[in-house]
Design a protein around this ligand. Sequence first.
Ligand code: FAD
Length: 579
Amino acid sequence: MAILHFTPLPFLSLKTSVNTKSTLTSILTNQTTRNLFPTTNMSASTSSSTTYQVPEQDGNNMDQTFRRHTFNTKRSGTGTAIVWFRNDLRVLDNEALFKAWLSSQTLLPVYCVDPRLFATTYHFGFPKTGALRAQFLLECLADLRKNLMKKGLNLLIKHGKPEDILPSLAKAFGAHTVYAQKETCSEELKVERLVIRGLQQIVISPEESTGAKVSNSVPKLQFIWGTTMYHLDDLPFDANCLPDVYTQFRKIVESKCTVRACIKLPASLEPPPLIEDWGCLPTLEQLGLCSQNVSKGMNFVGGETAALSRVHEYFWKKDLLKVYKETRNGMLGPDYSTKFSPWLASGSLSPRFIYEEVKRYENERLANSSTYWVLFELIWRDYFRFLSVKYGNSLFHIGGPRKVQQNWSQDKKLFESWRDGCTGYPLIDANMKELSSTGFMSNRGRQIVCSFLVRDMGIDWRMGAEWFETCLLDYDPCSNYGNWTYGSGVGNDPREDRYFSIPKQAQTYDPEGEYVAYWLPQLRKLPKDKRNIPGNLLYIPQIVPLKFGNASRHNKEDNKPPGARRGNDRASERRWNRR
Ligand SMILES: Cc1cc2nc3c(=O)[nH]c(=O)nc-3n(C[C@H](O)[C@H](O)[C@H](O)COP(=O)(O)OP(=O)(O)OC[C@H]3O[C@@H](n4cnc5c(N)ncnc54)[C@H](O)[C@@H]3O)c2cc1C
């Protein structure tokens, strides 16, 4: 067994790490008395200074949930296996972790802080990971380490490219296999290829091997499918033959597939490998970012413990699941929708766990269209993931999967007014300010600002998608680029092509102007019915006219472009059109 003495990384040690965000500081500095959830003003009022902690409460009582997902089984493996954590930063329902444990006598969990994640976006050079998502990621890693420690392991944190780190670790530990969750988009696939190549270049001799190997061997990279609610292997068709209409996909999976049960782990995953220095989390500054405090809006806490706590809070404590379908189009506050997406994107929450909790709720409390609707939305998430398998890189191309020819503008001034929330349209500006201040925007808001950018401004949709990539806590390439291609009319399904009328959206979803006044407090002094249409004397001038004019009764969102047909769809099939 190799005993590694790693050169100290240019990171602060766990004990001395200082971070402006109090959650991470408390995780890092006080392991016994920490309070993950600092006190904030959680009044139900929507005064402009309200900050909502999400989840509201300390997740330390989640032990019961972990216990429910524990079972003891006999370990049959040999030698050492590595589990390479990627976007699966959790212990509960982590098949890569389970398989690595099962196939070995010693398991080494690793996370590589890949500098490419903190470089710039592909076309327009925005930060690839904004400060708020980076902070969220660090919290996820701190929590993952804590949860692995509870199971007798730890998390080795290394700074560098996985293709450099994993082969050298495999060699040093004589590992027979590296287990990792499979990704589907080009940047991640490229890393996978490089890791495979790196592993192929090392040979582990019988003396180096900790297993019972008799001849030289090359460590394998074993991928595990783990991002979706329905398993890729359970689809009744090849991913390349995925239906291009969501409803068809949904009906097929609902009738022909079952969601697999969550993977359970034994209480202990010991013994850990002998490592003296497990590495430290970087600070934001070491990642080239300035820390950013969330002083209003939603302040999400990263990590699996917080994720499970949010599920508990939303389903069981606040009993909100039963009204989800009625509230999900809201924009203000933490409770109109589940807010699971940031944890789903980092993999600190498993969609199968959510499925099990929905079923448990339906058995123990009630089943209605709201309880179903959360699963309906998770099937959208699955769909975008499977679409990325089918369409590959075309999801990121300007013409999208259908190679639509269209002239887009890249006008810097217009784009920046959208990005900075200075368009003169309160509904757009409030949503964009929420995004840059918190890393979150409601689904309703995302659809509206997307439509405004591409249809009213005529701006290249990829600029919007890349800005979302920078800012969103829940950034996921499949859901983000999938939704942007749909919203800009270049998606795989030509029917999903809508114009959202701002006056109509404001009238329907923010009739009293509470949302816009929250983010643009200067509007609060106006009568409620004027907040969304303040006029140039009361608010900044509008940077472009609306394509179909300003009248709130002129509802062009229902103007279907040629080819769009919605009339016969049942309400349950109108996902994009949740209005
Ligand atoms: C332009 C645009 C970009 C988007 N980018 C992302 C992104 O990068 N990452 C992301 O997770 N979601 C993205 N979405 C989808 C959706 O807006 C968010 O998932 C949702 O707002 C998250 O809030 P919630 O968890 O409270 O959702 P809920 O309404 O509570 O839904 C529950 C879960 O269902 C899934 N879901 C719901 N709607 C969608 C959808 N349209 N597409 C895919 N999954 C969905 C999410 O995982 C969500 O957490 C985008 C939507 C648009 C219009």
